[in-house]
Design a protein around this ligand. Sequence first.
Ligand code: HSE
Length: 339
Amino acid sequence: MKTLPVILVGFGPVGRAFAELLAEKMAELKEKYGLSLRLEAILRRSSALLLEEKVESLDKRALVNKINDPSSWSRRPSLDSLLQQGIPGVLVEVTTSDLKTGQPGYDHIKKALTSGWHVVTANKGPLLVSFSELHNLAKENNLRLKFSGATAAALPALDVGLVSLAGTEIRRVEGILNGTSNYLLTRMAEGASYSEALKEAQEKGIAEKNPAYDVEGWDTAVKLALLSAAFFGVCLQLEEMEVVGINQLTPEELRMAKQKGLKFKLIGSLWKQKESIKAKVRPELLNPSHALFFVDGTNKGISFVTDSMGTITLMGGQSDPRGAAAALLKDIINIYHHF
Ligand code: HSE
């Protein structure tokens, strides 16, 4: 049995879902993978929950009680002090994403990787701003920096592209990578108004705090940039992409498309053009023969066109904090467990 400390930084909906999922799956992780994950600390902006009674011996209800009890939270110690004490394990970084500076996630990830800790993150900002630097740092220190949670989370886009398609040439990638936009398109085609559909997406916990980021296509563009860096080693800048969101489409246009047996989908595409990689995000009118036509509601999808395995399409993937938490947990398991 491998006993591994885990520090969770960031405690929004995804951080909370991760802590709960870890407690829920503890016995299964031990039994199936021989991993005993000990959640040692949860760090919020200015407070911390330090778990002396480690999560390996706490059930989910006890953990939730502790989390909900304000007296369990104390002043936040420095991340450095926590990283330096005891044996290193995994830092789970899920603070709010800043796409311009990458902070504070950048500092957290860098500190962990220079202190011997693996990192698993759903935070797009630091990866977008400093992908190569952080990955090189991980490599130099013989550590892993995994980020399924930042690239469509429960849809295993990265794993399939990197592991299952190893040895192929990926020539084109097309994805429905934003659950919020896809949900809005589906619901509006069914007759819901934009604001009703958006409210529902927010209630499901999938829309960003600022939903413009989802509906204007930027969330999809960032995911494409990270997939490009991972699959092609090319860190695209958002300014290099044509990005058009779904916000220009009217419910009328969506209903008309439905009547004709067609659907608008927000498609993010990556493709090879001579020696360079191109990317664009825009709503496209699909007919039922398109691989992503049946990806509806909060589901996401991705289709890979390869040189030697044909076209591989995945769809589904729970678009909510629990789905994102499961992607973080999956990355941790894959660091330590070799199938
Ligand atoms: N807001 C995103 C979505 C989830 O709707 O897919 C985080 O990437």
